[in-house]
Design a protein around this ligand. Structure first.
Ligand SMILES: [Zn+2]
Length: 536
């Protein structure tokens, strides 16, 4: 049953990990490996959107969230989902067992783009991996949709189809026979590939401070694509985007759907929070900025187009007294900094000079520390523990959690999961240590019962002993019970101090103290044992 699990190699995809486990095992078919790891025979692991992540992480003793980030394209897809609940759904289906729902939730199916499912490999990585790890792996970064050039070696990737009935059901590792002619790549492909892998890395470490829509609006305003009235100059933008990505779409090796080349999706990216495939975001992002960091960390100065009117009235560059009004109204320094385009340090000086009390989080917590805090918060660590570790106040930690979209909801979800697991365990422990308890007895003795009744009824009923029918008592065969019980008392009890003690030994049903008339033989046998105890 238990076979050694090869160590997880950083950046390896989930599919690759299972392929490695399979090929290093005694299993002769993929079905055996599936059964062993996932408890089902038929599994199709998508190269970037697989399910079963939790089971796999547990058998390899690694953190499931880390595997979700490093071994799949989760963060890229979650990023394109506007609602925290949708991101949570995606996370749960990838951690869980339903491969089909992953694609549905990630909106792959709904995006209507013809996205082929491929497994991709780099000839130089193949050699490097052989030298460093003594084997080959599929790299998550290569599998991301739109990546055609290795981010490390700058070489064009080879690919094999992983669609229905192909590698998706078999477990293969990269090898020399999978390499194709090694077509040359264009600079556009290289830029796009690098940007996608950088974005994946970036999103694995943190969530952006501002919504990406605001970053687009800022970058487009800076470049003159947005008018003073907030209108998008789409005709000009489209012409420039077309020229910029021309090489990509006209290349004979192009793998992207040509419908993307009309860029008609761009206005929706800029004006709405619609859920669009990440490749659409990247085509705009990589046009606007050299790296994701530059795009996300750009100082968002101008008013977002959809902010309430009251804030729209604030001039693009606020005068000192207006900043003071905002500070006095309780707006954070960071917010005022964003609205005014001034640094947080400048705002703080201004506040101090004018006797306005402000928090000092921005100066205490560096970006690096903030990332570390985000990571810990994401893993569900308690605020107090995080605060102690970084020697900052609990409220500073709370502020950071609040400033990352969706993180607070995610932590709430984690806490609920933990509570559920603990309560379920308490019930199971109780049932195991009181195997003869009826439903009512469990309900009276174990507080987990009522909580589960409210929050997890279906599961609770699966665990409970069958409900007792009302007619049961009248049909109870007291004569048989009397015979059995008296025999067992004689055989199993040596001496006892009281009826209750003997009753407890047989499960605490209160038969002996209360049902003497119905259990005369057992009562006599018990009495004898008690007298023997008192007499000795
Ligand atoms: Zn490579």
């Amino acid at each position: 049953m238990s076979q050694p699990i090869p160590q997880y190699i950083a950046g390896e995809s989930v599919y690759s990990m299972v392929a490695n486990i399979h090929l290093h095992s005694l299993d002769t078919t993929p079905q055996q490996t599936n059964q062993r790891l996932f408890n089902i025979e038929h599994v199709r692991l998508h190269p970037v959107l697989p399910a079963h992540v939790r089971d796999l992480a547990e058998s390899a003793s690694i953190n499931p969230f880390k595997l979700l980030l490093d071994g799949t394209g989760y963060s890229l897809y979650a990023f394109t989902l506007a609602k925290p609940t949708e991101r949570l759904k995606l996370m749960n289906s990838m951690l869980g067992h339903e491969g089909g729902s992953v694609l549905r939730v990630s909106r792959q199916a709904a995006s209507k783009l013809a996205l082929g499912v491929m497994l991709k490999l780099c000839p130089s990585c193949l050699i490097d991996d052989e030298a460093t790890h003594g084997g080959s792996v599929w790299h998550t970064s290569h599998q991301l949709y739109g990546v055609t050039v290795c981010p490390v070696h700058g070489q064009r990737l080879s690919s094999i189809s992983a669609g229905e009935g192909k590698a998706g059901r078999k477990y293969l590792l990269p090898n020399n026979h999978m390499l194709d002619d090694g077509a040359v790549h264009t600079d556009s492909e290289k830029h796009l590939s690098r940007f996608i892998t950088q974005l994946h890395d970036f999103l694995n470490k943190q969530s952006p401070l501002f919504s990406v829509r605001r970053c687009y609006q800022q970058a487009l305003t800076d470049r003159g694509y947005i008018t003073k009235n907030g209108n998008l100059r789409f005709k000009a933008l489209k012409a420039d985007l077309t020229a910029y990505w021309d090489e990509l779409f006209t290349s004979p090796n192009n793998l992207l759907p040509t419908e993307l080349s009309n860029f008609n999706f761009v206005p929706r990216l800029v004006h709405s929070d619609a859920n669009l495939h990440f490749i659409k975001h990247v085509l705009l992002m990589a046009f606007l900025a050299k790296t994701p960091e530059i795009l996300f960390n750009m100082q968002v100065r101008h008013q977002p187009l959809s902010e309430p009117v009251t804030i729209n009235k604030v001039d693009q560059v606020l005068e000192t007294n207006k900043m003071l009004v905002l500070l006095r109204s309780g707006l954070s320094m960071r917010k005022v900094s964003v609205l005014s385009g001034r640094s947080v340090g400048f705002i703080k000086q201004l506040a101090l000079k004018n006797g306005i009390k402000v928090g000092s989080r921005a100066q205490l917590v560096s970006e690096e520390v903030e990332r570390a805090i985000w990571r810990k918060a994401f893993m569900g660590q308690h605020r107090d523990v995080i605060a102690k570790e970084h020697r900052i106040s609990v409220s500073a930690v709370e502020q950071i959690i609040q400033s990352h979209k969706g993180l607070s909801a995610w932590r709430k979800h984690l806490r609920a999961k933990t509570k559920l697991r603990e309560t379920r365990n308490r019930l199971i422990d109780h049932i195991n240590s009181h195997p003869s308890d009826t439903r009512n007895e469990i309900k009276a003795a174990c507080s987990a019962y009522m909580w589960l009744f409210k929050h997890d009824k279906a599961w609770l009923y699966q665990q409970l002993p069958p409900a007792q029918k009302k007619v049961f008592r009248s049909r109870k065969d007291w004569g048989k019970l009397d015979n059995d019980l008296s025999r067992r008392i004689m055989l199993e009890i040596d001496t006892a101090k009281s009826m209750s003690e003997i009753d407890r030994y047989f499960g605490g049903h209160n038969w002996l103290p209360r049902q003497q008339a119905k259990l005369p033989k057992a009562y006599l046998a018990a009495k004898e044992k008690i007298e023997r105890c008192l007499g000795s």
